[in-house]
Write a protein of this length. Structure first.
Length: 308
């Protein structure tokens, strides 16, 4: 099953250029920007998710290479047993260290001479963030290890570079987490997303949630598209989108605001948003003081920066 998602074409010619000066089919081509190998006991899970949409097209264009390796082929014995009962008793089975580590070493090499970054998908790992996705997208070769059952023998941790979790919830195994991680990372590889601006405008890329999006028709069941989006004033549209991004983040994920790089204009916009929400709830005139205070704070910051 090794690398069965990566298509390899047989060379049609010895390589180099033909007499007309065109590069032959067998010429040495530049490799993909990122190669991802997934180690799993259930390789069939990955046959469909990476064959469609952006990831499928990126592989066809040679920007991305995804391989899936069956851990079970590295297990010994007639039945290729890759799991066993836990020491000390308890429910479930634990993945044995030998086949997992052998699969890692085949994909990435021994740790002292490692040629890839190895990630164990684990609920005990650090939470996957947009910053982590960018970090992985900048690497050349990433190996993802999928756990199953009651987990992976703890001694496998000595053979990985880091552990990552996709959230505080329970999954049947590391395979769904690997799909999430690959999707998050792949779209950040240059050329994978057709519009290079798109990944930058996504939620979390600047620390905020993305603003609401609309398309035709302009009115649907009495719900209208905001007029500012129909007017053609790009500066007004940009201001509206920033404010609505702040509004959505403040309302749904206020924890993100403390880590986001906010400008003075953002702080004033947030104060106005809070005032609008307060007045909608308590009546007109009830939220003005906060906006005035935010404006004074922003002015004080500008004065401090000028003095510096």
């Amino acid at each position: 099953m090794r690398g069965h998602l990566v298509a390899r074409k047989k060379a049609d010619s010895p390589g180099g250029r033909d007499r007309s000066g065109r590069r032959g089919a067998g010429a040495r081509k530049r490799g993909p920007a990122l190669r991802i190998e997934i180690l799993t006991l259930f390789p069939g899970i990955f046959e469909s998710p990476f064959s469609h949409s952006l990831i499928g097209k990126a592989q066809a264009r040679g920007l991305l290479a995804i391989g899936v390796n069956d851990i079970r082929v590295h297990a010994r014995g007639r039945h290729r047993v890759a799991d066993d009962a836990p020491y000390g008793g308890g429910d479930g089975m634990v993945m044995k260290p030998e086949p997992v580590v052998r699969a890692i070493e085949e994909a990435a090499g021994p740790k002292r001479r490692r040629r890839a970054w190895v990630v164990l998908l684990s609920p005990a790992g650090a939470l996957l963030t947009q910053a982590k996705a960018r970090e992985l997208a900048a690497r050349k070769h990433v190996v993802l290890v999928c756990g199953r059952y009651a987990g992976v023998d703890e001694r496998v941790a000595a053979s990985v570079d880091e552990e990552i979790s996709v959230g505080d919830y329970v999954l049947g195994g590391g395979e769904p987490a690997a799909i999430v991680l690959v999707d998050a990372v792949a779209r950040l590889v240059p050329g994978v997303v057709g519009n290079e601006v798109s990944p930058v405008a996504d939620s979390f890329e600047d620390g905020l949630l993305e603003c609401p999006q609309y398309t035709r028709p302009p009115v649907f069941r009495g719900l209208e598209v905001p007029r500012v989006l129909l007017g053609g004033d790009h500066e007004e549209v940009a201001r509206w989108r920033r404010k609505e991004s702040l509004r959505r983040t403040w309302g749904r994920r206020p924890d993100l605001l403390s880590r986001a790089a906010l400008t003075q204009a953002d702080h004033i916009a947030l104060a106005k948003i809070r005032r609008e929400v307060t007045e909608a709830r308590d009546g007109p005139g009830t939220g003005g003081e906060e906006t005035a205070a935010a404006t004074r704070r922003a002015g004080a910051r500008r004065g401090t920066e000028r003095r510096r």
